[in-house]
Ligand binder design. Structure first.
Ligand code: MV4
Length: 447
């Protein structure tokens, strides 16, 4: 096992990894920008090292600075958290060249899944159900129109390097194809430096269901059920739950096994998420994320596992601590993302926290790097806390969420907390009968 690991991240996810390391008897090294000298991850880690000025590009995204920090401190492995360098194949390759272990999958797996066309092609060949559409990239408008003819409208044109909804364009008819095709291409080119696009049948009212998988890198893998992350605003998740309210046990076992078998057969190592659109009882693969996700705690809650500990074990060459048969769901969990943003516009709202009180009690987990008197810097993501509740069933989890939100105090800045109080009054949230469009429609009508 490693003696010391470096966490190439900040905020709550850096704390999450430091905590797992400490429980495992592993030393932790925090890295930080000059803007984060007073951040909680710096205080909580065994050691901390400054890696550059405030902008992420010059600090948390600087491969050279992070590798230097690992070499100076003698860290043997690096956990990337999520975001930043977590899905950067070149970073993983550079670590390998320096003899530092990446706590995550191989550079090759990151590369394959980072390109959505190769990801889809790979998953399709492994028996994972995909959205009907073009076979790979669509080189020109003529081919695009042919695909439209074959699969029928509406269709969606997606940039293969796309993300966060960028480089994604809807065409409702042949007449809309030319404009949509050109726009998707140019957005792909300008945002990601890649103008390759592919085409899919457009699904009108799906849920976003993602399957948590975990591999040992040696041909064994398990699934840990699904999360329903349909409640999103502008491709940002705000509320996630597990198990999914629309998924029954047989459905879960079936799609879970397909995903676990797929990643086992490619010797996938560590945590991964296979994302689907789910409509009318059918799953359609869209993407795979090769990192630990923000919302992983809802899965940890219902399965009673520590995914970060498992990641570290597997990276050190040890086996996973569970088999598929060991993994049984207990109850229901919900996470809400508390952002330093002012509703209804969701304007970022950095500033000084004058008073902070975290909710607690049975079935409540608050993952946050906040403290009294902390100043949230303006340079990074606005996520400041994840409130995760766990109860014996969905109604109990909802009641616990309402109770816990009532205990939360974050003074000095605006947060998205009022949104969750309001959502907990909505029938669609209480029944779980929502899809990927519900939240945006509700916000349009209510804010
Ligand atoms: C789709 C889709 C409908 N049909 N693909 C949005 C981001 C990207 N990860 C995939 N996305 C979508 N792909 C087909 N064939 C609708 C979306 C989509 C969406 C997906 C998940 C969660 C929220 C969403 C909001 C708008 C559109």
């Amino acid at each position: 096992m490693f003696k010391k690991i470096l966490i190439a991240n900040r905020g709550e996810i850096a704390l999450r990894v430091i905590r797992a390391a400490r429980e495992m008897g592993i030393g932790s090294v925090a890295v930080h920008s000059t803007a984060d000298a007073d951040a909680m991850h710096v205080r909580m880690a065994d050691e901390a090292i400054c890696i550059g000025p405030p902008p992420g590009t010059q600090s948390y995204l600087s491969v050279a600075a992070i590798i230097s920090a690992a070499e100076i401190t003698g860290a043997e492995a690096i956990h990337p958290g999520y975001g930043f360098l977590s899905e950067n194949a070149n970073f993983v390759q550079a670590l390998q060249d320096h003899g530092i272990t990446f706590i995550g999958p191989t550079a090759e797996h990151i590369r394959v899944m980072g390109d959505k066309i190769t990801a889809k092609d790979t998953m399709k060949k492994l028996g994972v159900p995909c959205v009907p559409g073009s076979d790979g990239g669509v080189p020109d408008l003529e081919t695009a129109l042919q695909v439209g003819q074959e699969i029928g409208y509406p269709v969606i044109i997606k940039a293969t390097a796309g993300g966060g909804g960028k480089g994604m364009k809807l065409a409702n008819s042949e007449a809309e194809m030319e404009n949509a095709f050109r726009t998707a291409r140019s957005e792909g080119k300008s945002n990601f430096g890649n103008d390759e696009v592919y085409i899919e049948k457009y699904l009108g009212r799906p849920r976003h269901i993602e399957i948590q998988v975990f591999g040992d890198g040696k041909g064994r893998a398990v699934h840990l059920g699904e999360r329903d992350c349909s409640l999103q605003r502008r491709h940002q998740k705000v509320f996630e739950e597990a198990p999914g309210p629309a998924i029954d046990e047989a459905t879960r076992a079936k799609i879970g096994k397909v995903c676990a078998d797929a990643v086992a057969s490619i010797d996938y190592a560590g945590a991964g998420t296979v994302e689907f659109l789910y409509e009318d009882g059918e799953f359609y693969f869209i993407e795979m994320n090769t990192r630990l996700q923000v919302e992983h705690p809802v899965t940890e809650a219902i399965f009673g596992v520590d995914l970060v500990r498992e990641q570290i074990n597997v990276a050190a060459g040890l086996p996973m601590s569970f088999t598929q048969d060991d993994l049984k769901i207990n109850g229901h969990a919900i996470e809400v993302r508390i952002n330093a943003e002012k509703v209804p516009q969701f304007t970022p709202c950095p500033g000084k926290i004058t008073q902070y009180h975290a909710p607690g009690g049975l079935g409540v987990r608050m993952d946050s790097a906040l403290y009294d008197g902390y100043s949230i810097p303006p340079y990074y993501d606005s996520l400041i806390a994840k409130l995760i509740v766990h109860g014996p069933d969905r109604p109990a989890a909802l009641a616990r969420l309402k109770r816990a939100l009532g205990e939360l105090i974050v003074d000095g800045i605006d947060t998205t907390t009022p949104l969750f109080h309001a959502l907990l009054e909505e029938d669609a949230v209480l029944t779980g009968e929502y899809n990927i469009h519900w939240l945006e429609k509700w916000l349009d009508a209510n804010t």
